[in-house]
Design a protein around this ligand. Sequence first.
Ligand code: NAD
Length: 376
Amino acid sequence: MGGNRRRHGWTRREALQSLALAGAAAAWSPRSLAQDGGRRIGVALVGLGHYSRDLLAPALQLTRHCRLAGLVTGSPDKLPEWQGTYAIPDRNVYSYDDFHRIADNPDIDAVYIVTPNHLHKPQTLTAAAAGKHVWCEKPMAMDAAEGEAMVKACRDHKVQLTIGYRMQHEPNTRRFMAMAKERPFGRIIKLRADAGWFGWRNGADDAWRLDPARGGGAMYDMGVYCVNAVRYSTGMEPLAISAVDETVRRDIFKAVDETMRFRLEFPEDIVAECVTSFGRNVNTLQIDCERGWYTMTPFQGYEGNAGRASDGTVFTPQLGKTPRMQAEQMDQDALAILGNTAPRVPGEVGVADMRVVDAAFASARENGKRVEIVQG
Ligand code: NAD
């Protein structure tokens, strides 16, 4: 999930407002024209739930290099509103069962997979075999082996695979990534990354996020933000992990983790202390160094990602209102396709995170036993 979760649907009025805003997007975007004579990448959304409806479809209206061209859903009842709002023709609408026919559709260049986590791998394989570029939500898969299969399938079919780590397109985050190399406060000593939201106040909601078979639990949902952040903030791969399941509301979280606390060991004696949770509203990244510190709160919000440093530097939010971050992400990913260049967040980034997640689960099963992480 993102930091500021919004459960109500995207209304027609909001969608039309977003379409009107699209005209202003050119003024906001710092980029030059598309490298392919202004051609827009046709994107099909796979899964029409919260994130597609409330964030990605509106964001696509703000992009300069993409257009919402197709829909893939198992819920035909959703189609009249979607097709009406976004003018999607019947020929560009698919079910999960006939999704492979997308191979014959020249309107669609890329599919964006926004379904529960257990479906990311099979749907990526279908899209790659159909010759379509794949944008896949985080976590990329259920484990690293699935992620590797996704990378291989996309490589074999010569299509791009990029993971929806939207923060890696956010300017303050990109600054933090550069500071991993620059080390403005000297050696990094310790990091802290906490990412969580307080959910299930009123009982049943979001059944798949409570289901281990569909990739439920806080670690998959929010823990990957912590893992990704401490990797990009150090520019290093962790060597080992100790993880403890701190689930409290066992009546709700019967089979998945509500809260996980984990400690990562990096080279140079750097440690990262992380918490991810469905029972705590937390959203902070802090990097402590030998001569100072810098921090961002929230570090994975949809907007308002702000930070400061011990020397008085202030990192003010850069992208403006939701859903501009997602528009920036998809424009960058579209430019990579149009220019045939590497995407900012290729599938391999997701695989590296999944190796850490695999090790976290292995450690938690043995009450925090130290588990070494082997990156391929
Ligand atoms: P959601 O439950 O709101 O939507 C999921 C969609 O998948 C629904 O339309 C549902 O009908 C469909 N679906 C298909 N098969 C299903 C099945 N077997 N079980 C349940 N639903 C099924 O979820 P969401 O919040 O939109 O999350 C979807 C994906 O997007 C997840 O991978 C999640 O981690 C990711 N996500 C990313 C962000 C971000 O900020 N990058 C934010 C939210 C969600």
